[in-house]
Design a protein around this ligand. Structure first.
Ligand code: HAM
Length: 415
């Protein structure tokens, strides 16, 4: 038997229904926050991520699905959505003044060659939001409250905490990196990834999946931050709390992508210790990729991780699947009339169905029950000859007789 690739999923029946319902809720919230959608290709030039995300990141150094096309061009399946959005912003000149601030979102698959485990896939889906042309505490607070609004809309109100930190840059960062290296030299049992990162991108050591929790005494980055940046982080936290959301500062929070320049944050599932939502500001990326000097920030939600949380907390998002009417046809003529009624009812926005394989009443009632139909009608020789159809209300058990032409009106509550 041919099986799906490792780290991927098939979604069907209730799972795909829940998935779509979650996506619908996300879209509703995004509309309220006035974000417009951007749709970019699923594969991009490898160079975009090497330059955009950074070749010292795990994502670029060992997790990309890479291929060359027939002309030898190097492409990758997108391993994240921020660099492609910035590429599209620059290529389509979306940064012109009249578009700013530009607030956009994307929903779609992302590919990373990671070691699969619960909540970690090789093809997963992100809902990402990105904003360009704004850099302020108020905007940071609004961004985090957007993340909170998604959770509220899904009625997730426990097991998630928000952690924030402020990444420093320039000379402050250089000083801090020296101190951090001194501290890390006191360990002699670090994993090989840590050893490489100490040389290439020392901040990422704090984020190590193997050794990360050893570094509780690591020097705190914010101590090296300017007074202004420290105040900014505290003010952001304070305002988030005043809006009624819980959050805390985690001085060891760094991110796995190199483009962040200021605030970074994660919404973590405290039961699995996995991030559900993660992001921050990346004020140099647009310029680094050839665009204007434009501040930017955003985050992405891992939709599979949201689905896991919903399932753990037994939260159902999709509406109950119910039919307005199930039709049981008992002859060839009845099958034609059934098609006529199905079309008329569906045109009137009613959810109706039949099962063309049923040969008798017993099978018909069984199908109707399985499909949770509110009403049932049997179409047989008698009803066709007399033009009297009995509609059975499955809730009350009552039956109402009417002409064929009145069935749809009755179901719509018009008669
Ligand atoms: P990221 O932290 O790499 O950030 O991914 C964002 C979210 O995607 C994670 O918090 C997690 O929920 C989900 N995720 C990541 N890897 C996997 C995986 N292997 N399986 C399932 N879910 C996963 C970014 O991608 C940034 N582009 C976020 C961003 C947008 N920053 C600014 N704007």
């Amino acid at each position: 038997m041919i099986q799906k690739p490792r780290g991927t999923q098939d979604l069907f029946l209730n799972n795909s229904k829940e998935w779509n319902a979650v996506e619908e809720k996300f879209r509703k919230v995004l509309n309220l926050f006035n974000y417009g959608e951007i749709i970019t290709p699923m594969f991009e030039s490898k160079e975009l991520f090497v330059r955009g995300v950074g070749d010292s990141s795990d994502i670029v150094s060992k997790e990309m699905y890479e291929f060359t096309d027939r002309k030898g061009r190097e492409y990758v399946l997108r391993p994240e959505g921020t660099a492609p959005t910035v590429r599209a912003l620059i290529e389509n000149k979306l940064y012109i003044q009249e578009n700013l601030p530009y607030k956009t979102f994307y929903i779609g698959p992302i590919f990373r060659y990671e070691r699969p485990q619960a909540g970690r896939y090789r093809q997963f889906n992100q809902l990402g939001v990105e904003t360009f042309g704004i850099d302020s505490i108020s905007h940071d607070v609004e961004l985090i409250s957007l993340g909170q609004s998604f959770l509220r809309e899904l009625k997730i109100n426990k097991d998630v905490i928000v952690e924030m930190n402020y990444l420093i840059s320039g000379n402050e960062r250089k000083e801090y990196e020296l101190e951090l290296k001194k501290y890390l030299n006191s360990f002699n049992d670090l994993c090989s990834d840590c050893e490489i990162r100490i040389k290439k991108n020392v901040l990422r050591v704090l984020d190590c999946k193997i050794d990360g929790n050893k570094f509780t005494e690591a020097p705190k980055m914010t101590l090296f931050a300017s007074q202004e940046n420290k105040e900014r982080l505290n003010k952001t936290l304070d305002q988030i709390k005043q809006l009624g959301f819980e959050a805390k500062i985690n001085f060891n929070l760094v991110r796995g992508l190199d483009y962040y320049t200021g605030l970074v944050f994660e919404f973590k599932n405290i039961k699995t210790d996995q991030a559900i939502i993660a992001g921050g500001s990346y004020n140099s990326l647009v310029e680094e990729l050839g665009g204007p000097d434009l501040p930017a920030s955003g985050f992405a939600i891992g939709i599979e991780r949201i689905m896991m949380l919903l399932s753990d907390q037994e939260i159902k998002v999709a509406d109950e699947d119910e039919l307005d009417l199930f039709i049981i046809p008992l002859s060839d003529d009845a099958q034609f009339l059934t098609n006529k009624l199905l079309l008329e009812a569906r045109t009137a926005n009613l959810k109706v169905d039949t099962n063309w394989n049923i040969k008798n009443l017993k099978a018909g009632f069984k199908s109707a029950e399985r499909m949770k139909s509110k009403n049932i009608v049997i179409i047989g020789e008698n009803s066709i000859n007399s033009d009297i159809y009995a509609i059975k209300d499955q809730n009350s058990g009552e039956t109402k007789e009417m002409k064929f032409k009145d069935i749809v009106k009755y179901l719509k509550g018009e008669k």
